[in-house]
Design a protein around this ligand. Structure first.
Ligand code: NAD
Length: 415
């Protein structure tokens, strides 16, 4: 495909997908969106670290061919005011794998969130957030090393589908009338704002399927379906029912439900089986503070996943370090989970950790585990040396505070 403002790197090759499996050449073309605000600082630092780790791990046999694509403020400069050029979607569809910095959501003027638009247009239905502790990272928990979960948040349904009707509008009144008169529903006040929460078998099953497959691929012991099915029976409750169905219909050989374990195996999960269990969302927050080892993968609906992601990130170092990805069947977009932190723009100050570890997830997604492991180890070594950016420095005694690019230099020298 020809592009107007984009340059396809001549030395790279496309990542491709066949039968749900990814095929990665030794010099894959990967896309990056720099991002707004602190995006330049963290992307510049992270690109250097990823390249250095790949060079170190594979001695020149493998090398990423980076291709810049545009979104947000930089896109508006390149594409004459267009924040979300069609070429960016085309390139993501064509090349399949990319990583992005944070994007400003322009205020007013009817702008939709660029992040939400990317997820919806490209149907990136899994929001994947690994939450684990790195030695030396300041944490409010006594035993942060016990936290090691991956959150699979459904990204396309639930109240995020945007089906809402403002109080006082004709649409709201029409829906309220329909509910009262035709559906016999009376349990809401006059003039209430109304929202609709769609949760489908299709949406729930594809998310839980991805979570179970991840558990298989990464030797994880359990998948917990997190829900509010005690209250919202036909949405949250149905999510759980469909989740168990996927497990029993498609992964019967590899999974076992908690019921089965309790009834037939004396409460002990048989060797080689992945436990499928479910917990109510509010209790899950408690578990993740009091006995986080009970969970390994949390698969959940959109809003629960949103709350859980930030709360759990806070247990192991906060948004400055929490990585994430939005993944569909043939496009994966890894991303820093924090925003653009505008007051720190171009100050060479912030923590590149969130973007850096999103890139580590991307390397793992490509199957380049050796390069990913090198970065994880170098990061821990750097923290052992107490060399950190401002956000950690203020929580650590005896730390040496460095800027974003100096932090990258130290990580690279520790690879
Ligand atoms: P923010 O995450 O940008 O910043 C909140 C605070 O978190 C910062 O002031 C800073 O103290 C800290 N912080 C964030 N990133 C950090 C880092 N890498 N290192 C150290 N500290 C860090 O959230 P906000 O101020 O609510 O939002 C600012 C803008 O970002 C808005 O335009 C919002 O729409 C956008 N946003 C984008 C994304 C995304 O692209 N995924 C996510 C959230 C917010």
């Amino acid at each position: 495909m020809g592009y107007d403002k984009l340059t396809i790197p001549s030395e790279g090759q496309k990542v491709t997908f066949s039968n749900g499996k990814i095929n990665v050449p030794d010099n894959p073309i990967l896309l990056y969106i720099e991002g707004d605000g602190i995006g330049y600082d963290i992307m510049t630092a992270s690109l250097r670290i990823w390249d250095a780790a790949v060079a170190r791990a594979y001695h020149g046999k493998r090398k990423i061919a980076w291709m810049e694509v545009y979104c947000g403020e930089k896109a508006a400069q390149v594409y004459d005011g267009n924040y979300m050029p069609e070429e960016t979607f085309d390139a993501l569809r064509e090349f399949g794998v990319g990583i992005k910095g944070p994007l400003t959501t322009p205020v007013g003027g009817g702008f939709r969130s660029l992040n939400v638009t990317l997820r919806q247009v490209l149907d990136l239905y899994q929001c994947v957030r690994p939450v684990r502790w790195f030695r030396g990272v300041p944490s409010p928990l006594k035993n942060p090393q016990d936290v090691d979960v991956v959150i699979f948040r459904e990204n396309t349904e639930d109240i995020y589908a945007g089906i809402e009707f403002e109080a006082g509008t004709p649409e709201n009144e029409k829906l309220a009338k329909f509910l009262r008169e035709e559906m016999g529903v009376t349990g809401f006040f006059e003039g209430a704002g109304l929202g609709i929460k769609p949760v489908s078998a299709f949406g729930s099953k594809r998310l839980v399927r991805a979570a179970i497959q991840y558990a298989i691929d990464h030797n994880r012991p359990s998948v917990t379906l997190v829900h509010k099915g005690n209250i919202q029976k036909f949405t949250e409750g149905a999510f759980v029912k469909w989740g168990y169905e996927v497990a029993s219909e498609e992964f019967a050989e590899r999974t076992i439900s908690w019921d089965d374990v309790a009834k037939n195996h004396g409460g002990k999960v048989p060797a080689g089986k992945i436990l499928i269990q479910d917990t109510i969302a509010d209790i899950t927050f408690q578990h993740m503070l009091l006995r986080p080892r009970d969970h390994s993968i949390l698969a959940t609906t959109n809003l629960n996943g949103d709350y859980l992601s930030d709360a759990l990130a806070a247990e192991v170092g906060g948004v400055g370090i929490a990585p994430g990805a939005n993944i569909g069947d043939e496009v994966a977009l890894f991303e820093a989970t924090h925003g653009t932190a505008p007051k720190y723009t171009n100050l060479n100050k912030v923590n590149p950790g969130s973007l850096l570890f999103s890139g580590v997830m991307m390397l793992e997604y490509l199957g380049w585990q050796e390069a990913a492991d090198l970065i994880n180890a170098a990061y821990e070594k750097t923290l052992d040396q107490k060399i950190v950016t401002y956000d950690f420095a203020r929580q650590m005694e005896g730390a040496t505070e460095v800027g974003t690019s100096q932090f990258a230099d130290v990580i690279i020298s520790n690879l």
